[in-house]
Write a protein that binds this ligand. Sequence first.
Ligand code: GLN
Length: 304
Amino acid sequence: MKKVLENIIEKNREWSKRGEVASYIPELAKANPNALGICVTTLDGEEYFAGDYDSKFTIQSISKVVTLMLAILDNGTEYVFSKIGMEPTESAFNSIVNLENNKQKKPLNPMINAGAIATVSLISGETAEEKFNRILKFTRKITGNDTIDVNNNVYLCEKATGDRNRALAYFMKGNGIIQGDVEDILDVYFKACSMEVTCRDISRIGALLANAGVLLNNERVISREACRIIKTIMVTCGMYDASGKFAVHIGIPAKSGVGGGIMAAVPRRMGIGVLGPSLDHKGNSIAGIKVLESLSQEFDLSIF
Ligand code: GLN
């Protein structure tokens, strides 16, 4: 397995040159565009690594899966999806247009920024600090990594430049989708996006989903049904407006982030974490997608 992963990384490294690191959050522009790494965690607890698997990066939109798990644990699926839709979008992840277009004014799904901000608003906690601490604690638990923390420079940078997210959040408050202090909700969202992880950490999240909500130590943290819903939404929405093509070519529930990470869950088989900070024009890791395509073909991982 290790040899196969190493070959896949080397074969796909050149793809990084065809993309660019995210720069709309200036702090992310410092990432190494040529980094490419992978970690596979199988459900019998084996871990396989290759490439730049131990480089740290911010979790970014992969946190949308984590916050969705927690919002479901706090509120149940029925309430969460009364506020947030489960439909894919052909617009970019930070698009505002659909918030006005759809009749219910709900964000289309929890995997785009608007939906994730609404998701974060549903997480229990008296204060923004308490809400974020619950997210951090939960992330540490499901990755088995107690050292995960916020990259403060990225967090401050997101907060300083996140006016588009601010616009989405105030728009949703105006429409009654979110309640409470908008700046507090955004603060929690920015911090959640700025948690620093490695391929191993996100492959563990993938393994949890692949294992229908049970950690590798056999502890159940989320219901099978919630996992089924989350994996389905990852298939239809996890790679934003590139989810259809990704489903056809790779066929694995996955979630990307603009830090260059992709977390993937192959039901009953494995969790996968990939890092490649060079992104395509939709904000997905350009070489990361190619790595997952090679892996899917090699081991026949498509769920379809
Ligand atoms: N923090 C980023 C943002 O809000 C997350 C987006 C992403 O990873 N696609 O814009």
